[in-house]
Unconditional design. Structure first.
Length: 134
């Protein structure tokens, strides 16, 4: 693991949350992006070397909608940048962690991503991220 890449926050209303976080962080969101495969629209804020990602579900049965229904709005995941996502996935599997996919997926912000099941990490959803090169 290289560093905390971003913190993901599940929200019901992206526009309202963007206003709140722009005031809180003192700067506007620098990017909005739809990730259709995951049924989510994201909005990113730069905070020093890290980012905050707001996530709004695009469907009532999407993973973010389900998370909000179960736990309410708030922290959804912590993302860690890795140098080689496939090697890191292999290492974590060998350590006994449950991953939510067999292969990395294309995520927001030009990243390959894979999630570690919260049950494997004391109730916290962990995202591995690697920049897509090329």
């Amino acid at each position: 693991m290289i560093r905390v890449e971003h913190i993901g926050i599940a929200v019901k209303d992206l526009a309202t949350a963007e206003e709140t976080y722009a005031k809180l962080l003192g700067s506007a969101s620098y990017k909005r992006e739809a990730v259709e495969r995951e049924g989510v629209t994201t909005s990113f804020f730069q905070v020093g070397p890290n980012k905050v990602e707001l996530l709004e579900s695009t469907s009532p049965d999407g993973p973010i909608a389900k998370a909000i229904e179960k736990r309410g709005e708030g922290l959804h995941h912590i993302a860690f940048e890795v140098a080689d996502i496939r090697k890191e996935m292999e290492r974590l599997r060998a350590e006994g962690f449950q991953l939510l996919s067999e292969e990395p997926k294309t995520g927001a912000d030009n990243k390959l991503v894979c999630f570690v099941h919260p049950k494997s990490a004391n109730g916290v959803s962990i995202e591995l991220t690697q920049e897509i090169l090329g």
